[in-house]
Structures are given as structure tokens and as C-alpha cells.
Design a protein around this ligand. Structure first.
Ligand code: AMP
Ligand code: ZN
Length: 668
């Protein structure tokens, strides 16, 4: 037993170190494969010997803990806000105030840091172990979000080196641009409303109830301030260095300088350079470097006197709102777009700005003819941030959101709890029809060579195609007369369409554009329901019993197949020869495995768990994660948990040990 405990402790420590090297130092020394291997070993040991399971074990990073409601807790040390300014003038005045308190003769040093644009968090460590994570809240008390925060891999669960027994550390949880774009790309594919900016998305993430969803988001945490008593540091710049040594992610952009002019240089340098950062900053934070002087300066009711945030101005201009247009997306979502008197913002002409939805228009109380502020911030599309009421000349009435679809005149619907209005005429509303075909031929779906989105629009407008099916009926003589359609491009197009018939079933399924069925969901459904006929007959329960398929997806699939036009479409596509079932290696399927559900648990002598799972799938079986009434087999290796065994007995699931599994495989 002692040996096992030692092994678990060693694995935990080793994995903490590798995590730190990978996420904090960006300098891994073992491969992902080796890492996963160690992690698996630890998982198995912890499952078998739960008495050694540590709440901060590296195995806990994947989340899974559910928080129904977040408890409010008082901060031990209040979380102040920062005084801020947009002008260098005011920074000079700040320095004057500092000197008044500290004396003219004192040599002032400043640390300049980037002001990360995310959500602030306070982390408490006791004896080197993360025990608590609280949001800023109102500064006096915040929400306890520890379960979610533990899934953020740049936050160490256990510290290294010479940390104090008790301290708090503050930082900013951010979502880098790349992760933000990826998340939005997914939402776009699903026809869902896009996240507005990384900051809101990061802050929303901390309040998700299911921590495994948080784990899946590429959040990071940058630390910038130590709080506590008897800390082993004398200056802010040392504090940053120490935090780094203990294992925290502290970007090395911070700099200690000894004059306000050097502060200005730092500000100017980063004003340009920030545009190349992989994450957003909204300014620079300047702090008096000496902690002794900081103490002498103290706090106002709201903010420390020893720090100042210099904020970069979002590039902004004002112009006149000429009108509002409404765009209809592939899913029927209506997006209002402001038409503006053209204006130059940060070097480019802006004529349009997003208005998001009806609430946004109402919030701004917009009227046509208003002079509006337009901002080009981190987001891709400029936005209207306010109205100059003083410039409102005639009293126009507020903008009334459209009642009918601008394209097909169906009544617009806004469902409870949704921000967006929808045109529900998804069969015959032109932009929805075009959008569906464009989605179908897209790179991630059928990837039809020789046919682009623009051509789809042209073909549609010419009345040559109306839906996906028409693509497969296309004839050369229909396309040739069109402008810019040479013989060569026509034959490329037709060949591309023909070739697409070989694209696998899951691509077709994704291409159909069923709401909430993105690439991964399509793949999952195609594995579970191996033909489209089977899927069209699936019940809500069957669907939701599938790993990774929730209520929303299940309902959407059912709705899709309940529409007769969709049934006809699917049937006709099949008749045209598109792939409508999973065929992969079905010739190797084993009769005893085909369509059966397997749970694999424990460790084996002849193969690893992963190898075993792959083998089962190749033989036609399905892997599920927990034993339920639908599970056919529990393959129980060494150390399978007692609860799995008990469930298997309850549900009449056949339990096979390694030997009997091999026997089953070799049976014919
Ligand atoms: P504000 O929210 O504009 O009052 O600015 C204060 C917030 O800036 C703090 O609560 C922190 O969350 C955030 N912040 C970002 N980067 C830093 C940094 N390097 N030092 C201190 N605060 C920072
Ligand atoms: Zn419409």
C-alpha cells in the first residue's frame, strides 16, 4: 500500500511539473503521448485507491464538477479597482501627487505592466496548494469559482520552490484571440449568435455550471499582484519574478523604469506593439515599484494611490446613421446592420456597423439621422457605442424592429429567451436557401471543388438551382451561357459535384446544416446511428443516451426529420448516390461486436485501454463511458471500480475479464 501511495505522489508531482513546463513555460520536455500515458496511469491508480485521491491532482484538470450556484465569499483583502486616465498629462499630475506625499527627493521607480483585458481573479494558496478562487465581485466580496478555475491549465494547483505558507495572488483570466475566433467559428457553423468579445466570453466561462465545459475553453491566467503578510519581496518587480518562480504565468513584458519619461516610452511602444499580441490589452498599468512606498501611499476608498492605469483609446469617430438594413443568415437569424455616412477609423473607411439585435437598438435608443459614435475595437465589425443626443435635430421616432422578413415577408419570430429574431421560412426564404447550399459545399462539409460561394449565389439568382439537390441535376448547357463561365470552369464544377458523392456520410450529415449539428456532433451521430435512415428514426431518448448529445441537439435532429421536405431531400440525395451510411471497415466487423455497447475499465496485461477501445470499434462495437441499461459488455480489467461492477450486475450487463474478452474476440 505504501508503495502505491508513493507511486501516486510521484506521478502527481511529475505531472504537475510537466504541466508547468507545457502551459507556463511553453517548454515541454516529454511528448503529449508520454504525458497522456502517465496521466492514465495516475487516473487508474486514483480510481482504484480513492483514499489517495487529491483534490488538486493533475487528473482533476479535465473538470466535471458541477456548481449549481456560486457561493458569495468576502475577500480577505479587498480587491480594489484602478484609477485610470487616457492622458499623459494626468500621469504627470499623478507623479506630482506622489512626490507631495513621499517628498521631492525620493527616487521613484515604476513598474510598467500590460493591462490585460479579461476578468480579475483572486487565488488563495495555503502551503503551496490552491485552495480558493474568487471573482472580484464588488471588491469586498465575490463569487467562489474554484471548481471552474482549477481547470485553467496555466494556474498551478501546486507550487514549487520557496513559497510562503499563506498568500493571495491576483491576476486576470483571459481568452486569447485564437481561442476566441475558434469558439466563434464553431458557433457560426451552428448558426448561433456569436460571442461579442474575448472579455465577456472569459467572464461568462467562469460562471458555467459544468466545469468540464470550462476545461474545454482555451482560457489563460496572467498573474500580476501578490497580497499577504510577510511576503518575501520588497518591490513589485521582485513580486512578479517570485510568482514566476513559484510556477505562475507572468508575461515578461513588465518592466521597471526610473522616470516618468521612460513610462511614456513604454506606453508608446506598446500602443503599436499591442496590435500584434495574441490577446487583448486595453492599456498599461503603472505601479510604484517599492512596496514600502506603496504602503506609505495607501489606498483611497476605491483604488490604490500607488498605481494608475493608462488606457488606450478605442479608435472612435462619429458619423450619421442613415438607415438600418436587416440581414438574413443561413439559419434565418436576422441581424440588423447600421448604414452609416462613410467615415475613416484607424485608416479604413467604415460604412456599416453591427447592431446585433433588437435589444441593442433599444438600449441605444437609436433614430435615423442621429449622430452616432462608432468604435473599431478588438472586434472585427465596427460597432455603435452611443448617440450624441445634443445633435439630434428633428425628433424622429425610435427605430421599430422589422416585423416581416425583408426577403420573403414571413412574420419574424423571437422566441422566449432568445436575443435574435428569426425568419422561420427555412424552405423558401432566398438567403436561407442560398446559405444552406453554400454551407453544404463548404470546405468543412462536402468541399466541392470548382464551386465557390459566389457561384452558388449566381446559380441561385439565375434560377438554375434552388436547393442542394439541384446541384446534382446540373447540366453543362445550363451553366455555360452564364457570364464568366468558360468551358473549363464548367467541367471543373461538374466534376467537383460528381466527386462529392464519395464524401463520407458524416460530411453529408454536417452539410445538411441541421441546427446544432456541427462537425464533431455529425461525426458522433454517424458513429452511433450508422445510416441516415436509422438516424431519422432515432427517438429523443436514443439520441440523448448517446455520449455528447444533449437535449438541444436531439430535439433539433428530430425536428429536422419531421419535416417532409427534408425527408424527401435526404432520400433523393441517397438516390443520387451520396454516402448515407458509415461504411468504414465494416467488412471487419465481428458479429458479436456489431452495434453492441462496451464500457472499458481498469488495466490490462496484453493491451492498453486505448488499444482495446480502438480494437472494439474496429470490430463494430461502440465505446460508452458509463454502464447503463443499454450497455452490453463491461470489459473489466485489473482495478475496475466496484460501482461499475455493481451497475453491470444491476443492468444485466455481461462482465468480461481480459481472458473472456479474448475468447469472445476469437469466437466466430
Ligand atoms: P478597471 O476594471 O478598468 O477598473 O481596471 C482594473 C482592473 O484591471 C483590475 O481589477 C484588474 O482586473 C485589471 N488588470 C489587468 N492587468 C492588470 C495589471 N497588470 N495590474 C493590475 N491590474 C490589472
Ligand atoms: Zn425570410
Amino acid at each position: 500500500m505504501e508503495k502505491i501511495k508513493q507511486r501516486i505522489l510521484l506521478l502527481q508531482q511529475t505531472l504537475h511539473t510537466h504541466n508547468h513546463r507545457y502551459y507556463v513555460l511553453d517548454n515541454p520536455i516529454i511528448s503529449d503521448f508520454e504525458f497522456d500515458h502517465l496521466l492514465k496511469e495516475l487516473e487508474v491508480l486514483e480510481e482504484k485507491h480513492p483514499q489517495f485521491l487529491d483534490k488538486n491532482s493533475p487528473t482533476q484538470r479535465v473538470g466535471g464538477g458541477i456548481t449549481k450556484s456560486f457561493k458569495t465569499e468576502a475577500h480577505r483583502y479587498p480587491m480594489y479597482s484602478l484609477s485610470n486616465t487616457y492622458s499623459k498629462e494626468e500621469l504627470l499630475q499623478w507623479e506630482d501627487r506622489l512626490k507631495k506625499v513621499l517628498g521631492e527627493e525620493v527616487a521613484l521607480e515604476y513598474t510598467c505592466e500590460l493591462k490585460f483585458d479579461g476578468v480579475s481573479i483572486s487565488l488563495t494558496y495555503e502551503h503551496g496548494i490552491l485552495v480558493k478562487a474568487i471573482t472580484r465581485g464588488d471588491g469586498g466580496q465575490g463569487d467562489n469559482v474554484t471548481t471552474n478555475v482549477k481547470t485553467i491549465k496555466t494556474i498551478p494547483l501546486k507550487l514549487q520552490a520557496d513559497f510562503p505558507d499563506f498568500f493571495e495572488i491576483r491576476g486576470e483570466i483571459i481568452l486569447p484571440w485564437e481561442g476566441f475566433r475558434k469558439m466563434n467559428e464553431k458557433r457560426f457553423q451552428l448558426g448561433e449568435e456569436l460571442y461579442k468579445n474575448p472579455r465577456n466570453t472569459a467572464s461568462g466561462s467562469l460562471k458555467l455550471q459544468d466545469s468540464s465545459l470550462v476545461a474545454a475553453r482555451p482560457l489563460k491566467c496572467f498573474l500580476y499582484s501578490l497580497v499577504g503578510e510577510k511576503l518575501p519581496v520588497f518591490s513589485q518587480i521582485d513580486a512578479l519574478e517570485k510568482a514566476r518562480e513559484w510556477g505562475f504565468k507572468v508575461p515578461n513584458s513588465a518592466k521597471c523604469v526610473s522616470s516618468i519619461d521612460a513610462v511614456f516610452e513604454f506606453i508608446t511602444f506598446w500602443d503599436e506593439k499591442r496590435k500584434t499580441l495574441p490577446y487583448e490589452i486595453d492599456g498599461i498599468v503603472i505601479k510604484v515599484n517599492s512596496l514600502l512606498l506603496q504602503e506609505e501611499l495607501g489606498f483611497t476608498a476605491k483604488a490604490p494611490r500607488w498605481a494608475m492605469a493608462y488606457k488606450y483609446k478605442a479608435e472612435q469617430a462619429f458619423t450619421v446613421l442613415k438607415g438600418v438594413q436587416y440581414q438574413v443568415g443561413r439559419t434565418g437569424a436576422i441581424t440588423p446592420v447600421a448604414r452609416l455616412e462613410p467615415v475613416v477609423i484607424s485608416g479604413s473607411v467604415v460604412k456599416r456597423a453591427s447592431l446585433h439585435n433588437a435589444d441593442q437598438i433599444e438600449k441605444l435608443d437609436l433614430r435615423i439621422g442621429d449622430t452616432v459614435y462608432v468604435e473599431k475595437g478588438g472586434e472585427i465589425i465596427p460597432k455603435i457605442t452611443g448617440v450624441n443626443i445634443a445633435k439630434r435635430t428633428k425628433v424622429n421616432s425610435p427605430i421599430k424592429f422589422l416585423k416581416e422578413c425583408p426577403e420573403c415577408h414571413s412574420k419574424l419570430i423571437r422566441e422566449d429567451g432568445e436575443a435574435q429574431h428569426y425568419c422561420k421560412n427555412d424552405q423558401y426564404c432566398p438567403p436561407q436557401q442560398i446559405g444552406k447550399i453554400q454551407h453544404f459545399i463548404g470546405r468543412k462539409a462536402m468541399d466541392v471543388e470548382g464551386l465557390g460561394s459566389e457561384t452558388v449565389g449566381l446559380l441561385f439568382n439565375e434560377g438554375i438551382i434552388q436547393n442542394i439537390l439541384d446541384l446534382y441535376k446540373l447540366k453543362k448547357e445550363q451553366i455555360l451561357p452564364m457570364e464568366r463561365m468558360a468551358e473549363k470552369s464548367v467541367s471543373n464544377l461538374l466534376e467537383g459535384v460528381l466527386k462529392s458523392k464519395a464524401k463520407p456520410y458524416h460530411k453529408v450529415l454536417f452539410g445538411l446544416g441541421i441546427r446544432f449539428v456541427g462537425e464533431t456532433v455529425a461525426k458522433r451521430l454517424s458513429e452511433e446511428f450508422i445510416s441516415i435512415e436509422r438516424l431519422s428514426l432515432a427517438t429523443f431518448e436514443e439520441l440523448t443516451n448517446t455520449d455528447e448529445i444533449g437535449d438541444r441537439i436531439a430535439q433539433s435532429v428530430i425536428d429536422f426529420f419531421s419535416i417532409s421536405e427534408n425527408q424527401i431531400l435526404v432520400k433523393s440525395l441517397k438516390d443520387f448516390g451520396l454516402q448515407m451510411e458509415t461504411v468504414e471497415s465494416s467488412k471487419n466487423f465481428h458479429i458479436a461486436f456489431t452495434g453492441k455497447r462496451f464500457v472499458v475499465s481498469g488495466v490490462f496485461t496484453n493491451f492498453s485501454r486505448e488499444e482495446l477501445k480502438t480494437e472494439i470499434q474496429l470490430l463494430g462495437g461502440k465505446i460508452v463511458s458509463s454502464v447503463s441499461s443499454k450497455t452490453n459488455y463491461l470489459i473489466a480489467g485489473e482495478g475496475t471500480g466496484p460501482s461499475k461492477n455493481a451497475k453491470a450486475l444491476k443492468f444485466d450487463t455481461t462482465i468480461l475479464d481480459e481472458k473472456s474478452y479474448i475468447a469472445l474476440k476469437e469466437s466466430s
